[in-house]
Write a new protein. Structure first.
Lengths: 79, 243
């Protein structure tokens, strides 16, 4: 089965034109989690704060993974 | 391609880093070989198989990979003309990973027995192939560092620099541009990121004027920027025997 992963974050927005084959919807969901975690690190390093991944098959949106995060300094500044 | 063309890249590479005399070269070139065309993605040897020959890449590329529990694949290495990606099968009988063609290629299969004989009779060849195997291990160590410690942007930059540096040695680069037929999905499998994540990184690299990926061709737009995007030190490739 072919699944498509559309990404939107603070700096980047892309509709997945090619898609990727996965054995099951569960495998595609795991891929969305892995993708979210991977991009989240890049975004945190770049000062971003939001990320949405939509997982589609050929006809409909199956799943949406959305992350928002904030980084706040606490206490005295780090040396 | 005739046999001298098939063995030229490996002899050139071995000679650059080890003592290989004319007799060694003649002995290597007289090994029996079966030359076969392979198509993109074609299986060369798979986990669990007991190959009776090693493959020398005459043209094109080969990848080594392992499929993990849930079906995801980790690419372990990319190989280019002059490499023998499954040399280990000479002494480790059962394959512990898969070897597949990357793009169309031309491979020369060298049967194990005569290759073992050659190693016994020609010490220089044995030493050169041992050194080659150690360099292979050094590259695996670097790939562990790449996948385990660098961020995706830096991982991809590092991998591109490795491919570029190795291709340059065998004269397969055209200035800062070279053919390398891996898709974004394959780059993802090599750096431990999903293909969609690689797309994001590729766009970032392009927007920053660092790299351009286009239909199996990679162009370095700004070499200084590419080098500053990662911490590539070619020492682990052991290309300079005088060090």
């Amino acid at each position: 089965m072919r699944y498509y992963f559309d990404v939107e974050d603070d700096f980047y927005s892309a509709v997945d034109k090619w898609g990727t084959d996965f054995r099951s919807e569960e495998a595609a969901r795991n891929e969305a989690h892995r993708l979210a975690a991977g991009i989240a690190l890049d975004l945190l390093n770049a000062g971003g704060s939001r990320l949405t991944i939509k997982v589609r098959d050929d006809s409909k949106v199956l799943l949406q993974v959305a992350l928002t995060f904030s980084v706040k300094a606490c206490g005295p500044p780090m040396p | 391609m005739d046999k001298s063309g098939v063995v030229a890249p490996i002899l050139q590479r071995l000679k650059a880093t080890a003592d290989i005399d004319q007799e060694d070269e003649r002995a290597f070139a007289s090994l029996p070989m079966t030359i076969r065309r392979v198509s993109d993605g074609q299986k060369i040897v798979a986990v669990g198989e007991r190959p009776s020959a090693c493959c020398l890449i005459a043209d094109g590329f080969v990848l080594r990979a392992k499929v993990v529990g849930d079906g995801n694949r980790q690419i372990l290495a990319f190989h280019q003309p002059g490499d023998i990606p499954d040399l280990q099968s000479l002494f480790l009988n059962v394959m512990d990973h898969d070897v597949n063609a990357l793009g169309a290629g031309l491979l020369a299969f060298i049967p194990h027995d005569p290759l073992r004989q050659l190693i016994k009779s020609r010490t220089n060849i044995a030493t050169a192939l041992w050194r080659d195997t150690l360099t292979d291990a050094a590259m695996f160590r670097e790939w562990i560092c790449n996948v385990g410690q660098r961020v995706a942007y830096s991982r991809l930059a590092h991998l591109v620099l490795e491919i570029y540096t190795r291709l340059k040695v065998i004269g397969r680069t055209d200035g800062l541009s070279f053919n390398f037929p891996a898709t974004q999905a394959l780059f993802g499998e090599a750096i431990g990121a999903s293909s969609v994540h690689v797309s994001r990184v590729v766009q970032e690299l392009r927007n920053n004027g660092v790299l351009e990926f286009s239909r199996g061709r990679i162009t370095i737009l700004d070499e200084a920027k590419l080098r500053s995007a990662t911490d590539f030190d070619p020492l682990y490739l052991h290309l300079d025997a005088s060090l």
